[in-house]
Design a protein around this ligand. Structure first.
Ligand code: ADP
Ligand code: MG
Length: 682
């Protein structure tokens, strides 16, 4: 056992009770915690040529003082000292904050060495340190730590040094030899030391690489263990579907399945046939053909003697799905019914009775499906579409209906693989990453807001051809805080503009669901030609005659969301267009608009979005399911994350992992992570 470094920090000579308490405030309890308290950056003391230093990078330079220091006080204790410094052929400015005592030390024409942050645009270094004379540095890098309370950076450097000198050789390797060898990772002891006291950048890179893999492997072992035990403990139903019938059904479709659809159908059917309960996420871009996959699985379930349910977030979607499923399934003697809150009275009663008797095979509906009064006869498969719109609780209620039905969550939000295997790590993930052949791509343009006249002219042309258009605004009504287009004003303006020629409708989240349905019906029946809306149209709506979308203030939306919105057009056989009205100020904003015009691939966009915005923003602040890593970065180290996931899955499912001594450290770690506690996940 690795007891030595599991002791409290005050076992280190030189760390007393008081220090231990202060460290505890920083969540450092054991010697190991202290050794794993990594620097968040390093002071780089290597002398550099300023020409090679990037903006905002930290740098150490040596130069000749070229002006008398000038000191300005503002506030009681705050001051700014500036000098001009000749560094090589650069004459730069150096600023020191709150170090007034330097004024008397820094002399004209003398050499000093300063360390700080380089502002390339202002040709200024904001210095944290100055040393007089030409300094021979004893080390190239010095660690800088996050500290709290009475603990100082210098203090913690000392504590870590003490811990290393007394306990450094007690650090035990946690990764098995074959993995270290396979990925050429350095051992734990050396990696730990290097994180704190790197000799070179390359050294540091190797140490980081080791810890990135280690962190991901720990995390993925937990997820894979959860997944395995969830699966094995979940008494599901083995659905022995009728393969010949299923093949007939697939052959009767008006089109061949894409390879991606075939793969996903196989993955899902394998789960359904197994005695374990399926817990699978199906991702597929808008239009990739998820509905057909759903139909095949529902049909399979019915041939195995079970009932199926499809749950969607809105009534309009429920109606659309019911219609397409009926078309596909009724010729095969499958009875499909729609159940929403607007199905009432005698009709509702009749549906509920037939459902209970098992006469209805497939039920399609909104959350009305999970009310208590809805009882199935033998529910085998539940599919939810656009699962991110459902709450966790609703999903659980649905899963508890019937005897552990298999569950398939479908979503059109292309979640980058990195995030999917993190957030949904304990679920199985299937991806439809291929579009049916012959799909026309939506032509996307980026226009400045002052080009609105031309955009409207273009829209008019489409309308003249008998087509329809969406106009999307970020807000419902005027806001004093934001200078952003709102749906109500735009609706008023466009109504005037198109008066006597075209009808303009208005849709937003504050309408009742009845009102929304009416607006949507009017649009889908072409009684309204232009629909001004907030993002409520984002999900699933299908009006193939709509060939144009204009999105106001497009820079305010995430790429994934813009792509979802854009997916409302391009659903018919005609060429469709999407125009992004945006005046982004930042480079990132411009980059995002450009990317939208360049690709129609939802996964490419979502990866890009993740890269540009980071994982926190990608899901919005509310999403807290993201784990925190000390060294690893989900975005930049995603390859390591995938590798670790595969390795973890292999390990968890191998007998060696559970038996051989070389995996003991990993097993202990897994046990500590809570993977075996019986708290319910959902
Ligand atoms: P999603 O729900 O994934 O957005 P749908 O299932 O609504 O996509 O499919 C979009 C359209 O593509 C539908 O009209 C559907 O009939 C058609 N479709 C689905 N699969 C194929 C395929 N393999 N080949 C050709 N068309 C397909
Ligand atoms: Mg769909």
């Amino acid at each position: 056992m690795n007891l030595n470094v599991k002791q409290s920090v005050n076992a280190v000579k030189g760390i007393g009770e008081e220090t231990a308490e202060a460290l505890a405030e920083m969540n450092i309890f054991t010697i190991e915690d202290l050794l794993e308290h990594f620097p968040f950056r390093y002071e780089d003391y290597r002398l550099k040529d300023l020409a090679e230093v990037k903006h905002d990078e930290r740098v150490t330079v040596e130069g000749k003082v070229h002006s008398e220091p000038s000191l300005v006080y503002y506030g009681r204790k705050r001051s700014r000292l500036t000098i001009r410094l000749l560094v090589g052929r650069y004459l730069i400015q150096v600023t020191f904050f709150n170090q007034p005592y330097l004024k008397s030390k820094i002399k004209m024409n003398e050499t000093i060495t300063v360390t700080g942050k380089w502002d390339q645009h202002r040709q200024t270094i904001t210095a944290s340190e100055a040393k007089l004379g030409s300094v021979v540095q004893t080390k190239d890098f010095e660690p800088v730590y996050a500290v709290r309370g009475s603990v100082t950076v210098k203090g913690i450097r000392r504590f870590i040094n003490l811990a290393f000198s007394q306990y450094g050789d007690k650090v035990v390797e946690t990764l098995p030899k074959q993995l270290l060898a396979r990925y050429k990772l350095i051992d734990r002891n050396r990696a730990l030391r290097t994180m704190h006291f790197p000799q070179s950048e390359e050294d540091l890179k190797q140490a980081r690489r080791r810890f990135v893999y280690e962190e991901f492997l720990y995390f993925q072992l937990k997820m894979q263990a959860l997944r395995k035990f969830e699966r094995e403990n979940s008494k599901g139903v083995a659905q022995n579907y009728d393969l010949p019938k299923l093949k007939d059904f697939i052959n009767s479709l008006p089109f061949p399945l894409t390879n991606a659809q075939k793969r996903v159908v196989n993955e899902t059917l394998a789960d359904m046939k197994s005695p374990f309960r399926m817990n699978r996420l199906l991702q597929g871009d808008v239009g990739s053909g998820k509905t057909v996959v759903a139909a095949i699985c529902l049909y399979a379930s019915v041939t195995a003697g079970f009932q199926g349910a499809l749950m969607v977030p809105t009534e309009i979607l429920a109606e659309q799905h019911a219609e397409s499923l009926k078309q596909l399934l009724e010729p095969f003697n499958i009875s499909c019914e729609l159940l929403t809150s607007s199905v009432k009275g005698k009709r509702r009663k009749e549906i509920l009775e037939r459902l209970q008797a098992g006469d209805i095979h497939v039920l399609i509906g909104t959350h009305a499906l999970i009310q208590d009064e809805v009882e199935f006869n033998k529910l085998g498969l539940v599919i939810t579409d656009e699962q991110h719109r459902f709450g966790v609780d609703q999903r659980r209620v649905l899963r508890e209906k019937g005897e552990n039905p298999d569950v398939l969550f479908m979503t059109a939000t292309p979640i980058p693989r990195t995030l999917a295997i993190t957030v949904f790590g304990e679920m199985d993930v299937s991806i439809i990453d291929e579009m049916p052949a012959g799909r026309k791509t939506i032509e996307t343009y980026w226009a400045k807001q002052d080009m609105l006249d031309r955009v409207l002219g273009f829209m008019e042309k489409e309308l003249t051809k008998g087509r329809q258009a969406y106009v999307i605004c970020p807000l419902i009504e005027e806001s004093d805080k934001l200078d952003v287009q709102n749906a109500i004003d735009v609706h008023a303006a466009l109504s005037t503009f198109f008066q006597g020629r075209y009808q303009v409708g208005l849709m937003h989240g504050r309408l009742s669901s009845n009102e929304k349905d009416q607006v949507m019906k009017a649009f889908s029946q072409n009684e309204v030609q232009v629909l001004v809306s907030t993002t409520v149209v984002e999900v699933g709506v299908n009006v193939p005659n709509a060939t144009m979308m204009v999105i106001y203030d497009a820079e305010r939306f995430g790429l994934a969301q813009l792509h979802q919105l854009r997916g409302r057009v391009g659903r018919g056989s005609d060429q469709s267009y999407c125009i992004l009205l945006a005046d982004p100020k930042s480079e990132v904003g411009k980059e995002r608009m450009k990317v939208m015009t360049e690709t129609n691939d939802g996964f490419v966009l979502s990866e890009k979005d993740l890269e540009l915005r980071g994982p926190g923003d990608f899901f919005g602040k509310k999403q807290s399911g993201l784990p925190e890593f000390k060294v690893a970065d989900m975005v930049h180290d995603y390859r390591a994350l995938e590798t670790a996931r595969n390795d973890a899955a292999l390990l968890i499912n191998s007998s060696e992992f559970w038996e051989l001594p070389e995996y003991e450290a990993l097993r202990n770690h897994l046990e500590k992570s809570g993977a075996f506690s019986h708290e319910k996940l959902d």
